[in-house]
Design a protein around this ligand. Structure first.
Ligand SMILES: Nc1ncnc2c1ncn2[C@@H]1O[C@H](COP(=O)(O)OP(=O)(O)OP(=O)(O)O)[C@@H](O)[C@H]1O
Ligand SMILES: [Mg+2]
Length: 307
C-alpha cells in the first residue's frame, strides 16, 4: 500500500496541567478526503496545529509525507496548503495583497485561477483586511489555499463563517481537488459537508479518537429507525434483541415505530416478515445520529474553560 500522507500515532498534547490530546491516531491516505469531526474543544485544531508545526506535541508521533511535522516543517510546508480555524490577517493590507503575499510565502504566483477564485467567492480584493467580516477573512485564506498547487490541503472548519452558497462553492472545489487525486484533511462541524465529501471520518472526543472509518462502516454501529404495519401481532418483534424504543402507534393495530441496531437488522426483518409485513418505512442512520451517540457522553470536554 502507498505510504500514508498523514500518519498520526498516539499523539498527546498538554497545556500546563490540562491534557488537550490524550491519544490521537489516524492516517490520511493519498487521494483521500478525511473528515475530522468532534465537539467544541475536543482537540481538532490542536491536532491540526501540531500537524502544521505550530505546536509541539508532548508524546506520540505525527508525520506528513513520512517527515516529522516538528523537525521537518519547512520541507512539509512546500507541499501543503492550509486554512487555519481562526484566520488572522494583516489589518492594513488589502485582501488582494494578502492573497498574493500568502501565495509568495508558498512559492506560488497569482494566477488566472486566483482571479477566478476571487470572482467566484465574490471577494472585493481592494478592501483593507480590517474591514472584512469573518466570512470575508475566511475567503481570503481559502482563495490563497485553493490557488496553491499542493499535494495535501488542510482545512480547519473552513466554512464556519460562510453563507450556504459559498459553502457549496467550497465543497465543489474540494471535490475537484479529490478528482485530481489530492489529499485533504477537513475538520468540520457541518455533518452534511462531511457526509458529502469525505471518504473516511475520524471522530474525536475529549482528545481521543473514538471512531475512524468510512461512513458505511460507521453506520454499522448505529440504528435504523423503522415504522411497520403487520398483519399479525408485533409482540414477537418487541422482545427481540437490538430493538429500542418500541412504540405502538395509537389507534392502529399491529403498527409501531422503533429503532434497530444495524447488526440485528437482518434477524428483525425475518421475524417481521413472519408476521406479514403490510407496510414498512425505514430511515437510515445519519451521521448526525452517530455523532449524537458520542456527543451524549461528551459533557466535560470544556469544563476547564468555565473557570
Ligand atoms: N493555547 C492553549 N492553552 C490552553 N488550552 C488550550 C490552548 N489551545 C487549546 N486549548 C484547549 O485544548 C482543548 C482542545 O482545543 P481545540 O481548539 O483543539 O478544540 P477544537 O476541537 O478545535 O474545538 P472547536 O470545535 O471549538 O474549534 C480545549 O479544551 C481548549 O480549551
Ligand atoms: Mg477548532
Amino acid at each position: 500500500m502507498a505510504q500514508s500522507v498523514i500518519h498520526i500515532k498516539q499523539l498527546e498534547k498538554k497545556f500546563g496541567n490540562f491534557q488537550a490530546l490524550r491519544n490521537i491516531s489516524f492516517d490520511v491516505n493519498p487521494g483521500e478526503v478525511f473528515g475530522f469531526i468532534g465537539p467544541n474543544g475536543s482537540g481538532k485544531s490542536t491536532t491540526i496545529r501540531i500537524l502544521l508545526g505550530i505546536l509541539k506535541a508532548n508524546g506520540g508521533s505525527a508525520t506528513i509525507f513520512g517527515k516529522d511535522v516538528w523537525q521537518q516543517a519547512v520541507q512539509i510546508h512546500e507541499r501543503i496548503a492550509y486554512v487555519p480555524g481562526d484566520v488572522y490577517l494583516w489589518p492594513n493590507l488589502t485582501g488582494g495583497e494578502i492573497i498574493d503575499f500568502l501565495l509568495k510565502l508558498n512559492h506560488q504566483h497569482h494566477s488566472a485561477r486566483t482571479d477566478e477564485l476571487i470572482k467566484a467567492f465574490e471577494l472585493d480584493p481592494r478592501k483593507k483586511a480590517r474591514t472584512y467580516s469573518k466570512g470575508n477573512r475566511q475567503k481570503v485564506a481559502l482563495i490563497a489555499a485553493l490557488s496553491t498547487e499542493a499535494e495535501l490541503y488542510i482545512f480547519d472548519e473552513p466554512t464556519s463563517g460562510l453563507d450556504p452558497l459559498m459553502e457549496e462553492l467550497f465543497q465543489s472545489h474540494v471535490l475537484e481537488l479529490k478528482k485530481q487525486g489530492k489529499s485533504v484533511l477537513l475538520s468540520s462541524h457541518i455533518l452534511s459537508e462531511v457526509e458529502r465529501m469525505c471518504d473516511r471520518i475520524g471522530i474525536v472526543r475529549a482528545g481521543e479518537i473514538v471512531e475512524t472509518g468510512t461512513l458505511n462502516e460507521m453506520r454499522q454501529l448505529t440504528r435504523t429507525q423503522i415504522t411497520v404495519q403487520t398483519q399479525h401481532s408485533l409482540d414477537p418483534v418487541k422482545i427481540l434483541a437490538g430493538i429500542h424504543g418500541f412504540t405502538p402507534i395509537p389507534e392502529t393495530l399491529n403498527k409501531a415505530t422503533f429503532a434497530v441496531d444495524t447488526s440485528e437488522l437482518n434477524h428483525v426483518m425475518v421475524v417481521l416478515a413472519q408476521q406479514g409485513i403490510e407496510a414498512l418505512q425505514s430511515m437510515p442512520p445519519t451521521l448526525e445520529d452517530l455523532f449524537m451517540r458520542y456527543y451524549d457522553h461528551a459533557e466535560g470536554d470544556d469544563s476547564h474553560e468555565a473557570k
